[in-house]
Design a protein. Structure first.
Length: 127
C-alpha cells in the first residue's frame, strides 16, 4: 500500500470514518477509492487527492508522507487542531469510557493497569 493510502487509512481510523463515508463526503465513487487503495504504490489523481485531503482536514503533503506526522517548530499544531483531535478520540471511545465509568474505582484502576501493561508489552515486541 502506498504511503498516501496508508496515511488515509490511519486518519480514517483515527476519525472513526470508513471508506464509504469518505466516498460520500468527497463525491468520489467508492470503487475508485477501493481500487486505488488496493493497488500497491497507487496515488490518486490530484483532484481526488485534494478532495480526500479536504474531507480529512489534512494537507496533501501530509497524506503523501512528505512531512513528519509530528509537529515541529516550523509546523506547530494549532490549539484548535489539538482540541479537534481530542474530541474525535473521545467520540471514538465514548462507549468504552461510559462503560468504565460504571465500574468501581478499584476496577477502573485494574483496567488502567492492564492497558498500560499491554502497551508496554507491545512496545517491547516492537524493539
Amino acid at each position: 500500500m502506498s504511503p498516501f493510502w496508508k496515511n488515509v487509512n490511519d486518519e480514517l481510523q483515527y476519525q472513526g470514518m470508513n471508506l464509504k463515508t469518505l466516498a460520500a463526503l468527497t463525491g468520489v465513487p467508492y470503487t475508485t477509492i477501493t481500487n486505488g487503495r488496493n493497488r500497491p504504490d497507487s496515488i490518486p489523481t490530484a483532484d481526488i487527492a485534494i478532495k480526500i485531503a479536504k474531507v480529512l482536514n489534512k494537507s496533501l503533503e501530509w497524506l503523501l508522507g512528505e512531512q513528519a506526522s509530528l509537529p515541529s517548530a516550523k509546523n506547530p499544531v494549532s490549539e484548535n487542531e489539538k482540541i479537534n483531535r481530542e474530541l474525535r478520540l473521545y467520540h471514538k471511545y465514548e462507549g468504552l469510557i461510559s462503560s468504565l465509568e460504571s465500574f468501581s474505582v478499584r476496577t477502573q484502576e485494574s483496567f488502567k493497569t492492564l492497558a498500560v501493561s499491554l502497551n508496554e508489552e507491545i512496545d517491547r515486541k516492537k524493539q
